[in-house]
Design a protein around this ligand. Structure first.
Ligand SMILES: *[C@@H]1O[C@H](CO)[C@@H](O)[C@H](O)[C@H]1NC(C)=O
Ligand SMILES: CC(=O)N[C@H]1CO[C@H](CO)[C@@H](O)[C@@H]1O
Length: 317
């Protein structure tokens, strides 16, 4: 049995909470604008048929959802042996402190996992089709800003977020934030398993230096070979045309935040947070189930805050 991968660790929230302002409906808004929804602020479950298969997801709208305002959309992918609900509870991403002005969607994997691992029950192509169908359904039903669609996820789900970033479908998104990611589909060099649809493509990864499940140094993982995180970051630096990197150390040298300057000179398009003494979990400053499962206490940073602040910096060109 694979370890429960929907853990939450912790990051001291350095950043102040700055929510992106929802926009009035524009040409980049979707067909779902103007439709009324009930029970806003409460997570709701939906079925969806994709590639002839029964799939599901849950959706959380801001409690003051306005049908004529286009909102950023964030997809959150759970880890292996899990479901969207557990990732939502563990990351607390639906709480207004993190997503007051965003629509959150938590898709469920087939057999509790995402494609790309050798234990996955379905192909990468089929799971990418599911994300395509999911985006189409959510756009048709809710008022989404098409230029502000994002993806985050943990472990096997974080690896799948990177799989999306490496595919044509990645062009639908403004930015990606995998955490404790098992990168089974991207372990063969700069262009080995990854052909991003545009460059630069904003990517931020958070990883524990003491991750006993998805090792920072790479090697054999539970579902296949994984790259060393530093090597994989080097591939993204090349894909994104990055020219420079600086590292900010904090918390007495336990936390290392790497910030690359890429493309046309934009700083922070590629970012990485390494927490030396953190295990396989969702970084969090408050103790949570996932940390307990990982034998981990609270950590210095709050992944949910770091990731939402990162997303708020990027709009799809
Ligand atoms: C999956 O890959 C890992 C790492 O290479 C290996 O140890 C394991 O036996 C593989 N499992 C299957 C079902 O192929
Ligand atoms: C699953 C779980 O334990 N969630 C808790 C994580 O921590 C926050 C803050 O202490 C609680 O509100 C959650 O219930």
């Amino acid at each position: 049995m694979r370890p429960i991968s929907y853990t939450a660790c912790i990051i001291a929230a350095l950043a102040t909470t700055v929510f992106a302002t929802p926009r009035a409906v524009t040409s980049r808004a979707t067909d779902g604008c103007g439709k009324t929804h009930l029970f806003n602020g409460i997570t709701q479950y939906h079925d969806l048929t994709s590639s002839g298969r029964d799939r599901s997801y849950s959706i959380h709208l801001p409690s003051d959802y306005d049908k004529s305002t286009s909102y950023p959309l964030v997809l959150g992918f759970h880890g292996s042996d899990s479901i969207g609900l557990f990732f939502e509870v563990d990351s607390r991403l639906s709480e207004s402190q993190f997503s007051a002005n965003k629509i959150m969607v938590y898709p469920d994997g087939v057999g509790g996992a995402w494609a790309g691992a050798n234990y996955s029950e379905i192909s990468v192509a089929e799971d990418l089709q599911f994300v395509t169908d999911l985006l189409n359904e959510v756009r048709a039903g809710y008022c989404i800003d098409n230029s502000r669609i994002y993806a985050t996820g943990i472990s096997n789900g974080g690896g799948f977020v990177n799989t999306i970033a490496c595919s044509d479908l990645g062009d639908e998104f403004a930015a990606f934030a995998p955490a404790s990611a098992s990168l089974y589909t991207d372990n063969a060099g700069v262009s080995g398993g990854c052909t991003p649809a545009r460059s630069p493509l904003p990517v931020l990864e958070i990883h524990g230096g003491s991750d006993a499940s998805v090792h920072y140094e790479g090697g054999e993982g539970e579902g296949g070979m994984e790259p060393a995180i530093t090597e994989w970051l080097g591939w993204w630096a090349e894909r994104n045309g990055c020219t420079d990197v600086r590292v900010e150390d904090s918390f007495e040298g336990d936390v290392h935040h790497s910030i690359w300057t890429c493309g046309d000179g934009t700083e922070g398009v590629l970012q990485h947070w390494k927490v030396d003494d953190m295990g396989h979990c969702w970084a969090s400053t408050e103790i949570n189930f996932s940390q307990i499962a990982a034998g981990q206490g609270p950590t210095h940073i709050q992944a949910s805050q770091v990731i939402m602040d990162f997303f708020d910096q990027f709009t799809k060109p």
